[in-house]
Design a binder for this molecule. Structure first.
Ligand code: IFM
Length: 797
């Protein structure tokens, strides 16, 4: 079943049927003013934090789904019939009501046709602003004059702290006020208090929002939810709309809403633009000034163009043309855009993440950097700096960094038993790639504070990260699992040992040795090499089970993941990371990846482990909490899929790598969207595996490590366009069926047009590399030979 298509030229996904199997959403705004909108205009808005800055309300996990949102109701004043400019919430029969939703890069356009009236509503937050536009153009497509009323609707939170808003009703139901002043709706919470601009997370302060409607005279308004909706009604049949009149209600406690009524008369063929503006701040000052400056259609149009061109320019860092159009749609728009959104909001704001995770999860946010490096290296650098200042002086990390409330040098360090074992090891993935992308080797010398006390160069931070794990090593010479490794469910006991972390550490030591060598610190490099040798010897001694690697050794000596171990016998992460870290022998690498193919590969992706956990103690593996085939319990955990692709590419298995890639590539499901159910343009955290009753269903979209790793593994490994400090490596590993592909890559201010041909239908192996007519040795394009414009031809053979 197909619900839409990719419009690559416009860089949009177009939903042609509004009755999608799940809400298909998009993100508006920035990390200052964020917003989520669905294909039926459901969603919410928040300032800085979805947990503590939530000012527009969405009722999560509710029915009907994704309500309320940003609605515009239209009512025919002659017939009394009414509908909404998005299919929901009124939900007219789809035989009579046509709807198209275009999700673009930080804007969404919803078009409707009903009863001879066309509407086109564009939702966006102008760049750098603290308000949103809903710009609606209403056209009379019938052959008779029409008398219409338009009503806006959104629901304001009673408390910007979303848990207070939804749970602590004995308090939050009594603090909101709404009124109209000077043609602006003024919504105030704790109106007797002042604003505490210096302390965003202080709940005991006043909070303000405002709303304006321009383009037609205002006939009425409502700021009290019950007055607008009526009792025992809902968003699909509001009393004010049915009656055709707002009641000029003023919220005073209970719940506030934002409704304006405007009447418009349209001749046949006539169009009218209405502009809704909604933002935070005092209506009389901030709202008034914003309306004065931005309150015209021409300004909205200009802001939309600026927004589009700014976001589109970020997509220019890499453009691909391969034989697979679905892959192209992902690479040219959705994978980098999805990565950007995940980078922005970590795991804090979506239709599933409802604000209980407030801030940047340490390990996730370091990994997310990989998805935006080429598009926005400056943002990558500042995120890396922020996260480095979230590392404490002993080398571990604070698990969640709150950019709006982070005080390097004086943060309390977590108790030793609460450290995650993997957190700072992710720096060894992200930092070298940042340096390779930008050439900014001086970054390693930059001094940054630790979260709790002291400071060090970035290289010093990296050393502390390694020492942290080396100092916390178990009886078998492997790093301790501590609170958890990448897998939140893994509870080995403080001294239990994690092989995944051992592989990360092995890779970290190799990276450190190389960096130290380049920086002219041979003793440091030697130290890291020696530590690695010792570690790799322990890995070889205790962790190879003949056909695959185990995954852990418990505090009591139990070895998890051997042939004799019934549940979680084969575990994906330790197989793929044995290859990525370079710690497996070539023979082990081939065997381990064959085991992955035989035991974990499914048409929808690679299972995290198999068989599922059912009897395993929750004290060891909390995944036993989940139904088998979901999430960490033998589900297809999409965060890990890119690692599988990278491991296969490192072995030169392009056919298999691509088969794995397509299995979890959202666009590959566009014409069978009922399988995956969620948005075919973005990644999801988990896909149900075959041992579940609904294989292929995917859940928890947008904010997932799958976004960055999917983009990174495709660009750096499948396409093989890999920045190095000395230049750009071209080392594709593609399906043998591809005759070649083209890439346009921006790299350190230079533009490269790369044409790869594959006449002999191999997967990997550059036999000729020509840069601007000059044949290169090997597969590196040296930085000093790059001009502003470059033509590169590559032959595989
Ligand atoms: O690695 C974690 C991540 O930090 C949060 N989501 C689940 C992943 C696997 O447990």
């Amino acid at each position: 079943m197909q619900y839409g298509y990719f419009d690559d030229k416009a860089r949009e996904y177009v939903i042609t049927r509004p009755d999608t199997p799940a809400s298909w959403s998009n993100y508006l705004g920035s990390t200052e003013y964020g917003a989520i909108i669905t294909n039926n205009a459901g969603g919410y808005s928040f300032y800085q934090s979805a947990a503590q800055g939530r000012f527009l309300r969405l009722r999560f996990n509710s029915i009907p789904m994704d309500q309320p949102g940003r609605y515009i109701y239209l009512r025919d004043r002659d017939s009394g019939d009414y509908w909404s400019t998005s299919w929901q919430p009124v939900g007219k029969p789809l035989k009579e009501y046509k709807s198209t939703c275009r999700h673009g890069t930080a804007y969404t356009v919803i078009e409707s046709d009903y009863a001879g009236i066309n509407s086109q509503t564009t939702y966006f937050v102008p760049l750098g602003q603290l308000f949103e536009y809903w710009w609606v153009r209403i056209t009379n497509t019938s052959d008779r004059p029409r008398k219409l009323s338009a009503f806006t609707y959104c629901e304001f939170s009673n408390n910007w702290d979303t848990s207070q808003d939804l749970v602590n009703l004995q308090y939050s139901l009594f603090i909101v006020k709404g009124e109209m002043r000077d043609n602006l709706l003024r919504i105030a919470i704790n109106d007797n208090l002042t604003v505490d601009a210096s302390n965003f997370i202080n709940n005991d302060q006043s909070r303000h929002s405002w709303m304006a409607l321009l383009g037609a005279p205002i006939v009425g308004f409502d700021t009290d939810r019950t007055s607008f909706l009526g009792t025992y009604r809902s968003y699909h049949n509001p009393l004010a709309v049915e009656r055709g009149l707002c009641s000029n209600s003023k919220a005073y406690g209970d719940n506030a809403c934002g409704s304006f009524q405007a009447d418009l008369d349209l001749a046949p063929g006539e169009s009218r633009d209405l502009l809704v503006m909604l933002g935070i701040g005092e209506s009389g000052s901030f709202g008034k000034c914003t309306v004065e400056e931005f309150g015209s259609v021409s300004r909205a149009e200009k802001e939309l163009q600026t927004l589009k061109s700014t976001l589109h320019s970020r997509l220019e860092s890499l453009k691909v043309e391969t034989p697979d159009p679905e892959f192209n749609s992902m690479m040219n728009v959705w994978a980098p855009y999805n990565s950007q959104v995940s980078f922005n909001w970590s795991r804090s704001a979506s239709l599933v993440y409802n604000g209980e995770r407030n801030g940047l999860g340490f390990r996730d946010s370091v990994q997310d950097v990989l998805g935006i490096l080429a598009a926005d290296p400056e943002a990558a650098r500042s995120r890396l700096e922020l996260m480095l200042t979230g590392q404490v002086a002993c080398g571990g990390a604070i698990p969640v960094i709150k950019p709006f409330d982070h005080h390097p040098g004086s943060e309390p360090a977590p108790a030793d038993e609460h450290f995650r074992s993997d957190d700072c090891l992710w720096f060894f993935n992200a930092i070298p790639v940042y340096v390779a992308e930008t050439g900014d080797e001086a970054f390693y010398r930059k001094i940054l504070p630790y979260a709790d006390h002291g400071e060090a160069t970035v290289l010093g931070h990296l050393r502390r990260a390694l020492e942290f794990n080396l100092e916390r090593t178990g009886r078998h010479g492997l790093p301790c699992g501590l609170e958890a490794d990448w897998n939140d469910c893994l509870k080995l006991g403080y001294h239990g040992e994690s092989l995944f972390v051992a592989f990360q550490l092995s890779m970290g030591l190799a990276v450190y040795a190389e960096v130290a060598g380049r920086l002219g610190l041979p003793a440091e490099a030697e130290w890291a090499r020696k530590q690695r040798e010792v570690l790799n010897t322990s890995i070889q001694k205790h962790c190879w089970d003949g056909e695959w690697f185990i995954w852990a050794i418990g505090e009591d000596g139990t070895v998890y993941g051997t042939k004799d171990f019934a549940e979680g016998q084969v575990y994906l992460n330790t197989q793929v990371w044995s290859v990525i870290s370079g710690a497996a022998t070539p023979e082990q690498a081939e065997k381990a990846m064959q085991t992955v193919k035989d035991r974990l590969a499914t048409p929808y992706g690679l299972m995290l482990s198999a068989p599922p956990f059912i009897k395993t103690s929750i004290d060891v593996m909390r995944a036993v909490l989940f139904n088998p085939g979901i999430k960490e319990n033998a589900g297809i955990f999409n965060h890990t899929q890119g690692w599988g692709v990278m491991a296969e590419c490192l072995l030169g298995h392009g056919d298999r790598a691509y088969e794995y890639y397509r299995a979890f590539m959202p666009a590959a499901y566009n014409d069978r969207a009922e399988v995956r159910q969620c948005e075919p343009y973005v990644q999801a955290q988990t896909t149900y595996a075959g041992i579940s009753p609904r294989p292929g269903n995917a859940r928890t979209t947008w904010l997932t490590g799958a976004a960055a790793w999917a983009y990174f593994s495709a660009t750096h490994y499948l396409l093989g366009i890999r920045p190095e400090i000395d230049g750009l490596r071209i080392d594709p590993c593609i399906p043998s069926t591809w005759p070649g592909f083209k890439v346009i890559r921006q790299f350190r201010g230079k533009r490269l047009e790369i044409v790869v041909s594959n006449p002999n239908h191999v997967c990997r192996g550059v036999t000729s590399l020509v840069l601007n007519g000059e044949t290169m040795e090997g597969s590196l394009l040296p930085i000093q030979l790059l001009k502003n414009e470059n033509r590169v031809t590559v032959t595989l053979g």
